[in-house]
Ligand binder design. Structure first.
Ligand code: TXA
Ligand code: MG
Length: 346
């Protein structure tokens, strides 16, 4: 399949009509799938009302069918058509954080194609805060089911180049609107029950949510391997570069000693460092992932850094760790998955 690339300035006016966006929207209306930028990561969009379009998303990504998709909308009236009702807490969260990196699980998926929700009686919805995404949603005039636009298991794409690397030839097109903002996927909160529960940490932090709705619970399955997560996608191997990743809970000099030992045994070793520490390491590849002083920069760089290790020939990767405070919760959630929870403590 030929994959079209449409270049669109990331600062478009989402109220205006652009010929490239219209072409991409027409593809979506024909139930083809098209990747597009959001403020978190690139999404692979398809008509959420069409089984055929949604099936193409799953097959392009190689995604397990029991992992439901997020539905993206450009306006509140679109949400009302897709759910049985909007609980009060959900309404508050929409007003506070939409458009933005917050996905809300709502009761009763009405009218969305059955393969979007993987048989659940809830549907996850978000309004992205990116002018290109909003322009595309408006031009298509459809709710778009869109998982991250990577091959299943790989780090999510934060540039069009990442999407092309994974999906070229497998999808109808990609709207290239430059690099994404946050760099990690949206926070997923469940508002379909009695409590507001975080199913996946992301750009909107627990602290920010609590300012709006009071107490927020974290799905216990996020910290306990034995539990079955409410967000089915959370259980899969994720974000992993080809070389195994190990997190090091200790000082840079301890991390260096692990690197030295493995290099003495003939292994090529990569280190995921920070701007503050990069000069202190001796390894085959050292890549800084933002600065410790600004965790948002770490979130921003993480997936690109994991993909850069894939382009090197390292056998193993050792990574520094970060705080769980604020956006650090999302960073550590993704890093732990990239490392399949392997941690060495000093
Ligand atoms: O930032 C994002 O959320 C990006 C951009 C493209 O919007 N999308 C994204 O989609 O990360 P994906 O498919 O990679 O992750 C969707 C997550 C999965 O963990 C999935 O299990 C969960 O949302 N999810 C979807 N529908 C759900 C539902 N009804 N109940 C619980 N979890 C759900
Ligand atoms: Mg994903």
């Amino acid at each position: 399949m030929h994959t079209n690339v449409w270049y669109v300035d990331e600062n478009v006016d989402s109220e205006k009509v652009y010929p490239q966006v219209v072409e991409a929207a027409e593809c979506l209306q024909r139930n083809e799938v098209v990747a597009f930028p959001t403020e978190t990561v690139y999404g692979l969009g398809g008509n959420a009302l069409s089984e055929e379009a949604v099936a193409k998303i799953f097959s392009a990504k190689g995604r397990p069918a029991d992992n439901p998709l997020i539905v993206h909308v450009a306006s509140r009236p679109h949400v009302e058509k897709l759910v049985s009702h909007i609980p009060k807490q959900a309404d508050k969260l929409m007003n506070a954080f939409w458009p933005g990196p917050l996905t809300i699980v709502l009761p009763g998926g009405k009218s969305v194609a059955s393969n979007v929700t993987a048989g659940l009686d809830t549907v996850a919805i978000r309004m992205p805060d990116h002018p290109v995404a909003l322009a595309l949603l408006k031009a298509a005039n459809l709710p778009l089911a869109a998982p991250s636009a990577n091959l299943s298991g790989k780090p999510s794409p934060t540039t069009a180049k990442h999407v092309i690397h994974d999906l070229s030839g497998r999808i109808a097109g990609i709207v290239d609107g430059g690099s994404t903002g946050v760099g990690l996927e949206s926070t997923v909160v469940d508002c379909s029950g009695d409590h507001v529960t975080i199913l996946r940490p992301g750009g909107v932090t627990k602290e920010q949510l609590e300012e709006v709705v009071g107490e927020v619970i974290i799905d216990p399955a996020l910290s306990d391997e034995g539990q079955r997560p409410k967000s089915p996608g959370v259980k899969y191997k994720h974000y992993a570069p080809t070389a195994p990743v190990t997190l090091v809970d200790g000082s840079p000099s301890y991390l260096q000693s692990l690197v030295d030992k493995r290099r003495a045994e003939g292994k090529k070793i990569g280190v995921l460092a920070t701007e503050e520490s990069k000069a202190t390491y001796r390894a085959d590849v050292v890549i800084p992932c933002g600065t410790r002083a600004d965790l948002i920069s770490v979130a921003n760089r993480l997936y690109d850094v994991l993909r850069q290790f894939d382009e090197s020939d390292v056998d193993e990767i050792y990574s520094e760790m970060f705080t769980h405070e604020g956006v650090g919760a999302a960073v550590m959630n993704r890093l732990s998955k990239a490392a399949s929870n392997r941690v060495i403590k000093e």
